[in-house]
Design a protein around this ligand. Structure first.
Ligand SMILES: NC(=O)c1ccc[n+]([C@@H]2O[C@H](COP(=O)([O-])OP(=O)(O)OC[C@H]3O[C@@H](n4cnc5c(N)ncnc54)[C@H](OP(=O)(O)O)[C@@H]3O)[C@@H](O)[C@H]2O)c1
Length: 247
């Protein structure tokens, strides 16, 4: 059931997070939007409310534990509980390792890895106490297959895969009924390529996305499917991409 679920979404200001927020709200979820661009969140929340949905938002930098704790508190203060967290914030400044863009390597680890850890740390005490909860995370096909230029990005997304599987297993073993779903998108048309500063990598990726890219609505509908499953059922891993993209 999606109706009335309280869903925290990180990276909700554009792309996959925005599309998922809009879809879940249209299906009756109460959505809590987080990202750094507050103006974008405000506009998205307003249009959700105008359409009859329920949405609140707060500026969130996933690299800060205190921000993650604060958005979980906002969810509880606004709607009384948290049912789902969608750990979706991420960036993909791809480049060859030989370019030594070490600042970007560390930034990807901070956002794509530590951001996921911070979000889980913020919500886990609630989920353990209520013996229910759903953690959904955006990995990538780059977390399933390595490709040149994506060494660090892919590494962060492999981390998400391994981490989510252990969260699922340990929750089952501990009887806390925490469900997990990991999403592996291929080429989805969002703002993600804007995070690539290496010119050759950007051009190469842009060509792929111009040829194959599909709407983030496709990912939103899969996230909704995962959340909609009965409470005793985990549907765990989804690879979603353009039908004509060979990855
Ligand atoms: N598009 C694809 O083809 C594709 C494929 C596989 C996986 N993914 C993954 O999908 C996820 C969503 O990306 P997208 O494609 O929808 O791209 P996007 O449009 O660029 O969205 C990325 C989101 O992450 C947020 N974000 C970035 N840094 C953040 C931080 N430090 N704290 C909080 N929020 C932060 C951005 O918001 P602010 O800038 O406002 O903070 C934005 O809302 C990412 O994890 C990405 O790796 C995308």
């Amino acid at each position: 059931m999606i109706k009335d679920k309280v869903v925290v979404i990180t990276g909700a200001s554009s792309g996959i997070g925005e599309a998922t927020a809009r879809l879940l709200a249209s299906q009756g979820a109460r959505v809590v939007l987080g990202a750094r661009r507050e103006d974008k969140l405000k506009a998205i929340a307003e249009t959700i409310r105008q359409a009859g949905g329920q949405a609140v938002y707060q500026e969130l930098d996933v690299t800060k534990q205190s921000d993650n704790d604060a958005i979980v508190k906002l969810a509880k203060d606004s709607f009384g509980r948290v049912d789902v967290i969608f750990l979706n914030a991420g960036l993909m400044p791809n480049s060859p390792l030989s370019a030594l863009r070490t600042d970007e390597w560390h930034r990807m680890v901070d956002v794509n890895v530590k951001g996921v850890l911070n979000g889980v740390a913020a919500v886990l005490p609630e989920f353990i106490a209520q013996k229910s909860g759903h953690v959904v995370a955006t990995s990538s096909v780059a977390g399933l297959k390595a490709y040149p230029g994506g060494a660090v990005y892919g590494g962060t997304k492999w981390f998400v895969r391994a981490f989510m599987e252990m969260l699922r297993m340990e929750s089952a073993m501990e009887g806390t009924h925490i469900r997990t779903a990991t999403i592996y998108p291929a080429a989805i048309n969002t703002e993600l390529l804007e995070t690539i500063s290496d010119k050759a990598s950007r051009e190469q990726m842009q060509g792929t996305y111009d040829t194959y890219g599909i709407s983030p609505d496709r990912i939103a509908s899969v996230v909704a499917f995962a959340i909609d499953q009965p409470e005793d059922t985990t549907v765990n891993e989804f690879t979603i991409g353009p039908a004509n993209q060979a990855w």
